[in-house]
Design a protein. Structure first.
Length: 277
């Protein structure tokens, strides 16, 4: 009598979600421009028909004409270079200090006990409210503006560095130790990749805070800078120049954020996050 063997059919594996093709990605990039373009066109139309008073909010075409005029005579370039210099120096100082202290507090128990409490206390203080005290300490010159930018950039980078290190699964570190990796190798191959996503988030938040701090700093006894250009325009009721300065700040923040996103995608190619559908 023959024996029959039943073989179960393999279970169906659910199909993976389709990955965006190269043709779909440019289409989505262009789609992100739809709402800003609609807002600008609505703004222009409202200004042209008289719904918006020119002395309150000029039309985008008038703002662009003012920007072209200031670019052609070199005025905008001078103020822009000075603003970028202040933002870059302040970000470098605040970012490096935050990265060092956040790493010490995240990796060492003694560092956590000594560094984190005063930083937590300082976080509760609005750094823009420290302007009077900073004027007493460093004066009203360039150090004031750079100090404000550094303070604005410090806290986002510190807390995201600290959280990124502390959120690493301890079992990964133990597995690396079991595999014979030394302390330096564990930091390089486990801690650094695990903390990079949070660090990039901190950098993006820090850049936004830096531009906000620079707006305030350049309105205190400045002779150059986009903020100074806006304050001077306010004295002469040049609303188009004020709006132009705001647009310049917005574009600088957008460009820096896009640059960070590109760097993040290139450095974190191993990470597969949830994709929007």
């Amino acid at each position: 009598m023959s024996r029959t063997t039943l073989v179960e059919a393999p279970a169906e594996v659910p199909a993976a979600a389709p990955v965006a093709t190269r043709r779909e990605r440019p289409a989505r990039r262009w789609r992100r421009l739809v709402s800003p373009v609609v807002l600008v066109l609505g703004w222009e139309a409202a200004a042209q028909v008289g719904l918006l008073a020119p002395e309150k909010l000029p039309a985008p075409s008038e703002v662009l004409a003012t920007g072209w005029r200031l670019t052609r005579d070199g005025t905008l370039a001078v103020h822009l270079v000075d603003s970028l210099t202040r933002a870059g120096v302040g970000l470098l100082i605040g970012g490096v200090l935050a990265l060092i202290l956040g790493t010490v507090a995240g990796l060492l128990r003694l560092g956590d006990d000594l560094v984190d409490p005063p930083v937590q206390m300082g976080r509760m203080l609005p750094h823009l409210g420290l302007v009077p005290l900073l004027i007493i300490w460093v004066g009203i010159g360039e150090p004031l503006k750079i100090s404000l930018v550094a303070l604005g950039a410090f806290f986002p980078i510190y807390f995201n560095t600290y959280a990124g290190i502390r959120d690493i699964d301890e079992r990964l570190v133990e597995a690396a130790r079991t595999c014979g990796l030394g302390q330096a190798a564990r930091l390089r191959h486990v801690v650094l990749p695990g903390a990079l996503p949070a660090l990039f988030l901190g950098l993006r938040l820090a850049i936004g805070a830096a531009w906000l701090s620079l707006v305030v700093g350049e309105q205190v006894n400045a002779q150059t800078g986009i903020g100074f250009l806006m304050m001077e325009a306010r004295e002469f009721s040049q609303t188009d120049v004020v709006v132009l300065g705001l647009l310049v700040y917005a574009l600088l923040g957008l460009i820096s954020d896009l640059a960070l996103r590109v760097a993040e995608r290139k450095m974190l190619t191993w990470r597969r996050g949830l994709r929007a559908t």
